[in-house]
Ligand binder design. Structure first.
Ligand SMILES: [Zn+2]
Length: 429
């Protein structure tokens, strides 16, 4: 059975399994496919149980575990066959407090209010429970919608509403309706960019312009988020002169707002004003001022329980790599790190990984599976509470600090193609 085939599971609720997602074209192994099929059956059973629960209680359960044993007689149905840990959802802050559950439940008490708001916008097609255990190149999540559909999507289902609705046209209709109801609520600003993307996809060019104008007329200039949305739309139309005027104005209102300054740096670069671009880039990111200065030391414990500090690496060129297994960009960067490490480790180059993961087992699995040879620091705190992330003011990953033999910061942006050249240069000194 292939998920690309539209399947109709006939039962009293006429639930339908759809798989419209374009990323789901690569064949997966037979074992993986069997897991997906079993997981799909689980989700459908969960959907039926939720429906019965709702009829009796007039509301959704607080957690999926409340379905067991009255509405779901087998506890195994809450376990995905691909879940190696036997009942962990892989979604942060989403673990069921009462029993092992593989699925991320979207309406648990902490999220419920936010999800209820989203439900008003997206309707019953939005996910209620999600499985992330089949994550591979083809899709990230297997989702169960409130109305009982099972479909695959990327992690951020909000970005591709056409997957939930089944077609671009259906998604456009739904988002237009939502916009009629909530034309100027900042919580729903992304409806504009969502619709913009869909109009673009289907070639409804004439609607793009009016959507941008409409957004300009309702956006609150005090709300930075609105500028993000406006940027996304105008940038995709290459309207840099217009962006420059809007963001110069915005920078006067919000002189210290990093997102506004970053966008100005970007727009100036696009317009060929490289010097001005650099000025704004530095204003947006105070870490540029640390270049050439000695990096403050830390003392921590590595994954093997041994003490680790920057001082131990004095005399070496060292890359302090803030990363996480959950971070796609970090994982994509990893082959590059390994290549540079393998090439220069005997010439005085080393890496210290600072993992901002919250699941130690996942981190250890990744390190083992990918044979990462350098030391790792792991606090187990969420990344906003991690002591090193706080000390180095890391607010996004990957962030890669390259430090010279004297302990001075070369750059906090040592990535991609530039990494190797920077390391070679630093090793010369
Ligand atoms: Zn699953």
């Amino acid at each position: 059975m292939n998920l690309n085939t539209m399947l109709c599971i006939s039962n009293s609720f006429a639930r339908v399994v759809i798989a419209a997602h374009k990323y789901n074209e690569k064949p997966t192994s037979e074992k993986n496919q069997n897991n997906i099929n079993k997981c799909t059956q689980n989700l459908i059973a969960i959907s039926e149980a939720i429906e019965t629960y709702q009829k009796e209680h007039g509301d959704l359960p607080e957690w999926l575990s409340e379905l067991y044993p009255k509405y779901l007689t087998e506890a195994d149905i809450l376990l995905c066959p691909a879940d190696k840990n036997g009942g962990e959802p892989i979604f942060t802050h989403n673990a069921d407090p009462k029993m092992p559950v593989s699925y991320g439940y979207q309406f648990h008490p902490e999220y419920r209010e936010e999800k209820a708001q989203q439900r008003k916008v997206y309707g019953d097609v939005m996910p209620i429970a999600r499985c992330r255990h089949h994550e591979n190149q083809t899709f990230s999540c297997l989702n169960l919608s409130i109305s009982g559909k099972v479909y695959t999507s990327s992690y951020n289902w909000e970005f591709t509403p056409e997957v939930m609705y089944g077609s671009h046209e259906a998604a456009i209709t739904a988002l237009e309706k939502a916009l009629e109801r909530y034309p100027d609520d900042p919580v729903n600003y992304d409806l504009y960019t969502g619709l913009f993307r869909l109009y673009n996809k289907v070639g409804q060019d004439k609607d793009l312009e009016s959507l941008v104008d409409r957004f300009k007329s309702i956006m609150n200039p005090e709300d930075i988020e609105g500028y993000h949305q406006l940027f996304n739309m105008l940038n995709s139309m290459d309207r840099y002169e217009e962006l420059l005027e809007i963001f110069k104005d915005a920078a006067q209102h919000h002189p210290d707002a990093e997102p506004i300054l970053s966008i100005l740096a970007y727009v100036h670069r696009k317009l060929g004003n490289i010097e001005l671009s650099d000025v704004y880039e530095r204003r947006a990111d105070p870490k540029f001022d640390l270049w050439g200065k000695v990096v403050s030391d830390f003392s921590a414990t590595d994954l093997d329980g041994k003490p680790i500090s920057l001082q131990q690496y004095r005399g070496k060129v060292v890359l302090l790599d803030f990363w996480g297994v959950w971070c796609g960009f970090c994982i994509r960067e990893m082959p590059n790190l390994k290549k540079v490490y393998d090439t220069y480790k005997d010439q005085g180059f080393d890496i210290i990984g600072v993992s901002l993961d919250d699941k130690e087992a996942e981190l250890r699995d990744y390190i083992k599976d990918n044979d990462l040879q350098w030391r790792q620091i792991f606090s187990g705190e969420s990344w906003s509470d991690d002591p090193l992330a706080q000390q180095f003011n890391v607010t996004g990953v990957p962030e890669q600090w390259l430090i010279d033999r004297d302990g001075k910061l070369i750059t906090h942006k040592a990535r991609d193609d530039e990494l190797e050249g920077l390391v070679v240069e630093a090793l010369k000194d």
